[in-house]
Write a protein that binds this ligand. Sequence first.
Ligand SMILES: Nc1nc2c(ncn2[C@@H]2O[C@H](COP(=O)(O)OP(=O)(O)OP(=O)(O)O)[C@@H](O)[C@H]2O)c(=O)[nH]1
Ligand SMILES: [Mg+2]
Length: 247
Amino acid sequence: MCLKPDSTGRPGVALIIPALNEEPVLATTLEAVPRSLFDRIVVADNGSRDHTAEIAAEGGATVVQEPERGYGAACLRALASLPAETAIVVFMQADLSEDPGEAGRLLGPIFEGRADLVIGSRTLGRPDPGALLPHQRFGNWLAIGLIRLLYGHRYTDLGPFRAIRADALRRLAMRDRNYGWTIEMQVRALEEGLRVLEVPVSYRRRAAGENKVSGNPAASLRAGAKIIWTVWKLWLRGRIAARRENR
Ligand SMILES: Nc1nc2c(ncn2[C@@H]2O[C@H](COP(=O)(O)OP(=O)(O)OP(=O)(O)O)[C@@H](O)[C@H]2O)c(=O)[nH]1
Ligand SMILES: [Mg+2]
């Protein structure tokens, strides 16, 4: 299966950055993006009350607005805005926790035809001390363990920095509108039999701006519960569908 080329003859690559009140850091993040890798950068402004949208536009990104709060809602809105010739989509945070310069590591295995989904694993790639908080590590461990138990696949992380072929992403029929987005993609990828690869990426604390999830205990608890629930829900849904087919 070959990747659909854009007008320049290479596969169209889009970078999606969901952003909620990221004014203090977004300009630096966009400056660090290796432009030659991407045909389009989309910032999904998730109802920010600051100048996130203006900064994104000044930084050369296409801005889409998603007033409904939630990481997944922002990603879905950005995806809906992509041109048909987009062949690969990369997702990255706005807060410079990830190194945009490492995007090539995620894209390489897809360009080479070795993978459909490439997860940037923070645990494989030595995160900065304190960048992954203990409750984040615990939540990751729990979710990864559950996937291993139910699906028999060993992931090492649920990191949000990732690349996926656009045709594969469409097959996943993503629905989650908030914290379950990353795990839904990983579980659905297994259900659909995608070729999944993990590559090490670096990780540090957000460079600036408000801690909204990992640095916020209440939000972390909500995110953790949603992540675990999402794995169970998808597994049960798969079992019910399999039973119906066998009848
Ligand atoms: N939390 C949150 N982030 C959103 C939302 N919409 C878009 N985002 C963006 O999604 C990315 C991930 O959210 P973060 O707040 O960085 O989540 P985190 O990395 O777990 O935690 P912190 O870095 O401590 O805030 C960032 O780029 C956010 O700006 C939303 O509704 N809630
Ligand atoms: Mg963050």
